[in-house]
Ligand binder design. Structure first.
Ligand SMILES: NC(=O)c1ccc[n+]([C@@H]2O[C@H](COP(=O)([O-])OP(=O)(O)OC[C@H]3O[C@@H](n4cnc5c(N)ncnc54)[C@H](O)[C@@H]3O)[C@@H](O)[C@H]2O)c1
Length: 248
């Protein structure tokens, strides 16, 4: 039996990578899926390919999570098309890595604007209908480096640590209306974001991962689906690590 029939799921940054895998996983489980991305053409194509593979209903929208008007429009379009929103996955994220001495102020700010403010704005825009419906799930894609820090990623890890704080505050604020808010903190997942790492960096990382492999988008998607489904009805404000044991 498909697990998410009749549910509407919205995934930000769903054009490729982990977001695409999450959107596809929900589609396979029968959900209607709203996919958003700053890359409008990319997200249209991504949604078309998921529709073809799964016959799920999709809606692709070009939107920048760091702009509140875009977030409001996405929620309006979602409610117009699918009548309700059950699950919001804040996945859109960027990196602008550098050592602090070389990190430009605008790069630090850009990372915070997308990774942290973007999740706040989407949660804010989605919250009205979820609170009214007295139910919903919000899942924020954080990162292991938000838990343990990482040299060369001051802005990125600060944004992800902030996202964990945001998750816990939203969880407390929305709990009385049965809107559950959790985070998934992936370790090193094979995507373009990690393909960009130098070979020696990758080899060094592999040595530190007890499960001796990088994660996949599917590993993350399974954790997100757990937090979106009936089996996690008594779980809120938590951070589920999907990291191969690199941080415990
Ligand atoms: N890849 C990893 O190892 C890893 C590890 C931990 C956490 N994460 C997190 O997982 C999420 C997905 O990462 P990924 O590896 O798939 O990255 P990715 O770069 O492949 O995908 C990110 C997507 O977000 C979109 N995006 C960027 N800025 C946006 C904005 N302002 N509004 C809307 N969409 C925007 C991009 O166009 C892209 O499609 C991110 O939040 C990332 O921080 C990734």
């Amino acid at each position: 039996m498909k697990l998410f029939v009749g549910k509407t799921v919205l995934v930000t940054g769903a054009q490729r990578g982990i977001g695409y895998d999450i959107a596809g996983a929900f589609a396979f489980q029968g959900a209607s899926v709203v996919m958003t991305d700053v890359n409008g053409d990319g997200v249209q194509q991504a949604a078309a390919s998921i529709e073809k593979e799964t016959s799920a209903k999709t809606l692709a929208l070009a939107a920048d999570v760091s702009k509140y008007a875009d977030c409001e429009r996405v929620i309006e379009e979602t409610l117009k098309t699918f009548k309700k929103l059950d699950i919001l996955v804040n996945n859109a994220g960027i990196t602008r890595d550098n050592l602090v001495l070389r990190m430009k102020e605008e790069d630090f700010q850009a990372v915070l604007d997308v990774n942290l403010k973007g999740a706040f704005l989407m949660a804010k825009a989605a919250s009205r209908s979820m609170l009214r419906e007295r139910g919903g799930r919000i899942i924020n894609i954080a990162s292991v480096v938000g838990q343990m820090g990482n040299a060369g990623q001051a802005g990125y890890s600060a944004s992800k640590a902030g996202l964990i704080g945001l998750t816990k505050s939203l969880a407390r604020e929305f709990a009385p209306r049965q809107v559950l808010v959790n985070a998934v903190a992936p370790g090193f997942i094979q995507t373009r974001m990690t393909d960009a790492l130098k070979d020696e960096t990758k080899a060094g990382l592999l040595e530190m991962i007890p499960l001796e492999r990088f994660g996949t988008g599917a590993d993350v998607a399974r954790a997100v689906m757990f937090l979106a489904g009936d089996d996690s009805a008594y779980i809120t404000g938590q951070v589920l690590a999907v990291n191969g044991g690199i941080y415990m």
